[in-house]
Design a protein around this ligand. Structure first.
Ligand code: SF4
Ligand code: SF4
Length: 331
């Protein structure tokens, strides 16, 4: 069954970056320390921010990220606090190194999903993108998490470097007992923005030819597959999550964005100051969300116009969907 995961005002997500430090140096890393600093949040601050955000929407899903969040020695305490506050679900996004013996300090009752990042079906492709040894370490990490009874998901960021392997990933996911598979599209942020000339993005033709079919094939293994819609046909409705959804992208220097495409710029609409969440002065991302343009997502047009260069295939002129609009397939 395929469905478009519509935005809902009742669903909220906190993408909580506890630190920007990471042991890896992935070629497409979206973390931008010039914008988000090198701070590691202390536990007191993490707890205070979780408490404030729980007042706004305690039914939010919390996703702890970094950098690499398991490098944070207080991650187990942060998870416990989020659990105590009654958040809807708790996910830890990890590169698989699972530092600080994290799997021995939390239980499957505390963490809904450990979400691993792998960017190739082969060691060669993954390690070319994410660094030597990262494929084997991630596979070991997934096996350890599954053995301990955790639910696992896997995130595959599609780029020109690895789209050719996406179609063959299903048996690997099945062998690893992965529950959910997330296909991401590479964002032109952080290192990908610095290395723009390397053309890491895939064309609309390749995306539409390869990704939906690969997703269907993987779903046949009983795995729930989610992928961003990216390209809308003229008849598809366009909505901006900044207007109709409740997402918070929180960084350790206090910035809080509603739109991830804005993260390379000081366009955040909120900021934590002395553990109070305040709105930032205009102009900020909120001023752009309501702009109605033929091309769809306004931030895409402003920040990564390269995406628009091939949205017409001669017969259909696509719009760019909100980056948070997903298709979900489950059998
Ligand atoms: S694991 Fe994540 S945070 Fe670390 S370098 Fe790779 S993309 Fe960046
Ligand atoms: S990606 Fe585009 S459509 Fe989605 S929230 Fe940002 S500006 Fe709005």
């Amino acid at each position: 069954m395929k469905k478009t995961v519509a935005f809902s005002k009742n669903a909220a997500n906190l993408f909580f970056h506890l630190l920007t430090r990471c042991n890896l140096r992935c070629r497409h890393c979206y973390i931008n320390v010039k914008q988000h600093g090198k701070n590691t949040l202390d536990l007191e601050t993490i707890e205070a921010w979780l408490k404030i955000l729980a007042v706004i929407n305690k039914k939010a899903n919390v996703i702890f990220l970094g950098g690499e969040p398991t490098l944070h020695p207080d991650l187990p305490a942060a998870i416990q606090k989020a659990k105590f506050l009654g958040y809807n679900s708790i996910t830890v996004d990890t590169n698989g190194y699972l530092f600080n013996n994290i799997l021995t300090k939390v239980s499957p009752d505390d963490v809904d999903y450990f979400s691993f990042s792998l960017d190739g079906v082969t060691r060669k492709t993954n390690d070319m993108i994410r660094g030597k040894g990262s494929f084997d370490t991630c596979i070991r990490g997934i096996n350890r998490a599954v053995r301990k009874g955790f639910n696992t998901s896997l995130i595959y960021t599609v780029s020109a470097m690895n789209i050719h392997e996406l179609d063959s990933i299903a048996p690997l996911l099945h062998d690893l007992k992965i529950d959910r598979f997330f296909i991401q599209v590479i964002g032109i942020r952080g290192k990908s923005a610095e290395n723009r000339k390397n053309q890491l993005q895939v064309s609309s033709g390749d995306w539409l030819k390869i990704v939906p079919d690969a997703a269907r094939k993987i779903a046949r293994y009983g795995i729930t597959v989610t992928y961003p819609k990216v390209f809308l046909s003229p008849e598809d409705p366009f909505e901006c999550a900044g207007l109709v959804a409740d997402n918070y992208f929180i960084f350790p220097n206090g910035r809080v964005y509603r739109c991830p495409l804005c993260e390379d710029y000081p366009l955040h609409s909120m900021v934590f100051k002395d553990n109070t969440l305040v709105n930032t002065p205009r102009i900020n991302e909120n001023d752009f969300f309501a702009l109605d343009i033929d091309e769809g997502c306004v931030m895409n047009k402003l920040i990564q116009p390269d995406n628009l260069s091939d949205i017409s295939d001669g017969t259909t002129k696509h719009k760019i969907a909100c980056c948070m609009l997903k298709e979900e397939i489950r059998n």
